[in-house]
Each structure stands twice: as structure tokens, then as C-alpha cells.
Design a protein around this ligand. Structure first.
Ligand code: 4AD
Ligand code: MG
Length: 433
């Protein structure tokens, strides 16, 4: 009878049983009489112990000849082992080799440069660090969807190929679309707004594209954005939703990803501290604070990356920066009722220097003001006709925001750079692999 194939993570519930695991060899040590095979299958890792006198000579020799990343099927008996991280190890009784590589695995134990690792992203994903980050990413996405579903949101996806700019004409990827031009979506927001008029509480979630030549540790040219949009929510309701969502995500990552956070050496006390209420600063207060901290960004300008870094180092929880000047924000944001130079918007900045993870606003719901903003910004009117219709047929107070998944993953995981927060990073200089 062939033994049962089990995932490495499930081995602790098969103690003293003989099982089969399928995976890859990520390390091999030998004492002459014993081989220690470090095995991984994507679900976890385990040490296989092969004792010379317990297996055939051929098998023992075959194991010794394995190269790193050989794909194998290992049969063995699960033994309790207090010293092992998973609490078990495998006494190997049989080994089948699917493929033994004929050359050395390019990613070794020595320190590789970041360009080398990015060129080998297809292999680098197998490393324990990258696995930890990808598991945290999965948990961030899962818990965000969960939170929205539990709060009555409907998923309504938006198109990737679009005829108009969502966020402004700079930073658009233009593509040939039969006999005309089209753009890759910078945001799904405008479509989410239409969906909010149909379904009330909605969100879209998908890849978005920015052709900005930003070479920073926070920018990708392709990133994933989660965009809730809610009918009859104003600016304040919108911020409360962002706070609830972020608290839920952080709590779920802490609940499910302790091992991953530990392997990344993340200081979890910083995450345990992420609870409501978050801090709030008006834009002018933020500028004032920045000046005290040595920044020379003038009143009226957008905050730079460096500004966000020094500002968020002052806070132990996320901070909302509210009501920026109209001139630095997108055309669709609602004018502040008390000051026509400002808009009802917020950027949510993550602490520890991470900076913006969410951008949101109450939307301009007045037809005349919206068309005036479109003209002011020199945008073509025709592509926005359908969007203007939303202000003609039962216009409504509404608000929404976009949360950049990779920014959130980078912050929660404590990464230096956003490129590790996405499986296949796209930046100005990187399209491969
Ligand atoms: O602030 P942004 O540009 O807002 C929008 O696109 C709105 N239409 C969203 C909405 O209201 N529905 O982008 C939102 C978030 C940012 O806060 C950031 O987290 C992320 O998207 N983001 C990027 N992430 C990685 N690389 C880039 N180049 C990013 N640009 C924005
Ligand atoms: Mg923004």
C-alpha cells in the first residue's frame, strides 16, 4: 500500500505514521552515516533524516548526489522532535527523484545584489523571506475582502482598458486600441462611483498602472489597488471606514502570520499598537509641523516622499492628512465648504516613515462644479460624459478611497522597498521576469 501524500504543514497530525511528501530539497548536510535533507513543499519545511544502515546503499548514495532544488518525493515516518521548529522530523525510508538539476542553483547562501535577485525573481520566490512576504500579502488581501464583505460591500470590478484618464494626464500608459488610443487604468474609481449609484456600497480590486518616472522605494508602475466607494458617505464617514479596514487587516495579519513576521524580524509591538483612533492633521497643520522638523516644502505644495517619511516618524499610529489644496489634487474631489482653495480629501500615512498607504476623498457631486474642474484642468470633456451623467441623474453625496496593496504589505512586513511586496515587480527599469 502506498503511503498517504501529506503537506508538510500537516505533518504534526501524523506522528508515527508513514507518509509521503513531495517538494524540493533546499539544503543537504551529511555526516557520512546520516544525511539531513531539508525539504520544503510550499506549505512548510521539515528535516528528513536518512540513516545509512536503514536504507539501501543505492538510495543513500543517490541522496548524497542531490543538488539543491532537486524535486523529490520522500517517504518516511513522522517523529516528534522538540528541537524542530515544526515539532516533527521525518525518518526517511524511501526517496524518488523527479529531477536532479544538472547545474548549481544560482541563488546560493552568499549575499547577492538586489539586481541579481530581481533578475532571478522566478527562483527568488522560493526563499523563506519571499515566502513570508507573499503569505502576508495573501492575508492582507483576504482580510480586506473579508472586512468589506462583512460590512455589506459588493465587489464590482472596473475595466483595465479605458478611454480616459482617471487621475490626471501625466502618468498614463497609452496603448494602441485598433484604430484609436486607449489607456491602462490608473484607478477604477470613476467606475466604482457609477456602481455606488447602482449598489450603494461597492469596491473594486485590481491592477492599476502609473507611467510616472518615480524611482523611489514606494513606487511601482503596476500595483494593486482596493477601491471602496460608498453612497451617502461624507469625508468623515470615509475616514472612519479607512480606519476600520486598516485595523482589521493588521489584526488579521497578527492573528495568522506570526511565524512570517518573526522570520522577517518585524517588531510586532509596533503593529499591536495599530488601533483606532488614528491621528488627524489638517494639511496646514502638517505643513507647519514639517517646517518645525526642517522641511522647506512651501504651503500649497503636495507633500514629498521625504516629508511623509519625517512626518510619520513622529507618530506611532497611522495619521490622516486632511484637506489638501485643490491645485495638488485630482479634479473629482469635492471643494471644501469653508474654503474654496481646499478639497475634502485625506491621505492616510503609515507610521515608522512608511508614508501614504491610502488616498481618498469625498467626490464632487455638483454637475456645474465638476465640469468646471474638468475644464480648469484642461481635460477633454467627451470621455467624461458618462461620469457627468452621475451628477445629472440622482446625484448623491459619496466618498471613497484607494488602498495600495503593496504599500500596506511593505509597511506591515517592515520592508525597505516596495518591490518585494509584489510577486513580479514592474518599475521603470524592470519588465523581467
Ligand atoms: O492616491 P492615489 O493616486 O488615489 C487614487 O488613485 C484614487 N482614484 C483612489 C480612490 O479614491 N478610489 O492612489 C491610491 C493609493 C495610494 O495611497 C498608494 O497606496 C497607492 O494607491 N499607489 C501606489 N502604489 C505603488 N506604486 C505607485 N506608483 C502608486 N501610486 C499610488
Ligand atoms: Mg495619493
Amino acid at each position: 500500500m502506498t503511503a498517504l501524500w501529506v503537506s508538510i504543514k500537516d505533518l504534526p497530525s501524523h506522528v508515527e505514521e508513514t507518509v509521503v511528501i513531495r517538494g524540493w530539497l533546499y539544503n543537504l548536510r551529511s555526516s557520512g552515516k546520516i544525511h539531513f535533507l531539508q525539504l520544503r513543499d510550499g506549505s512548510g519545511t521539515v528535516q528528513g533524516v536518512m540513516v545509512k544502515k536503514e536504507v539501501s546503499e543505492d538510495l543513500f548514495a543517490a541522496a548524497k548526489g542531490l543538488w539543491l532544488e532537486a524535486s523529490v518525493e520522500v517517504t518516511g515516518t513522522v517523529r516528534k522532535d522538540e528541537r524542530a521548529p515544526s515539532g516533527v522530523e521525518l525518518s526517511v525510508t524511501d526517496l524518488r527523484v523527479f529531477q536532479n538539476p544538472s547545474e548549481e542553483y544560482p541563488i546560493g547562501k552568499k549575499d547577492h545584489g538586489i539586481d541579481f535577485l530581481l533578475d532571478h525573481r522566478h527562483l527568488w520566490l522560493r526563499s523563506s523571506r519571499q515566502q513570508a512576504i507573499m503569505r502576508i500579502r495573501d492575508r492582507v488581501i483576504r482580510s480586506a475582502r473579508e472586512y468589506l464583505q462583512e460590512n455589506g460591500f459588493l465587489l464590482i470590478d472596473s475595466p483595465i482598458i479605458s478611454g480616459a484618464a482617471g487621475e490626471g494626464v501625466s502618468g498614463l500608459f497609452e496603448i494602441d486600441y485598433f484604430d484609436s488610443k486607449a489607456y491602462l487604468a490608473q484607478t477604477g474609481q470613476l467606475y466604482a462611483e457609477a456602481a455606488a449609484a447602482a449598489f450603494g456600497k461597492v469596491y473594486c480590486f485590481g491592477p492599476t498602472f502609473r507611467a510616472e518616472k518615480s524611482k523611489t522605494r514606494r513606487h511601482l508602475t503596476e500595483f494593486w489597488m482596493l477601491e471602496p466607494e460608498v453612497a451617502f458617505y461624507d469625508h468623515k464617514d470615509n475616514m472612519a471606514l479607512q480606519e476600520g479596514l486598516i485595523c482589521h487587516i493588521v489584526a488579521k495579519v497578527l492573528e495568522h502570520c506570526r511565524t512570517e513576521l518573526a522570520s522577517l524580524e518585524r517588531d510586532v509591538s509596533k503593529l499591536e499598537n495599530i488601533k483606532a483612533p488614528f491621528y488627524h492633521l489638517q494639511y496646514d497643520e502638517a505643513i507647519e509641523m514639517l517646517h518645525k522638523l526642517g522641511s522647506d516644502t512651501p504651503y500649497g505644495d503636495d507633500l514629498g516622499n521625504e516629508d511623509e517619511t519625517i512626518l510619520t516618524q513622529q507618530f506611532d499610529r497611522p495619521v490622516f492628512i486632511e484637506c489638501y489644496p485643490k491645485t495638488v489634487k485630482a479634479f473629482y474631489m469635492k471643494e471644501h465648504p469653508d474654503n474654496p482653495n481646499l478639497v475634502l480629501c485625506d491621505d492616510l500615512l503609515a507610521p515608522e516613515g512608511y508614508g501614504e498607504i491610502i488616498g481618498g476623498s469625498q467626490r464632487e457631486d455638483d454637475y456645474d462644479r465638476l465640469i468646471a474642474r474638468i475644464r480648469e484642468q484642461g481635460l477633454p470633456e467627451e470621455p467624461y460624459e458618462w461620469y457627468l451623467d452621475l451628477r445629472k441623474f440622482g446625484t448623491f453625496v459619496h466618498s471613497g478611497f484607494g488602498m495600495g496593496i503593496e504599500r500596506v504589505v511593505a509597511w506591515i512586513s517592515g520592508l525597505q522597498h516596495i518591490r518585494e511586496a509584489i510577486p513580479w515587480p514592474r518599475t521603470i527599469y524592470r519588465l523581467k521576469p
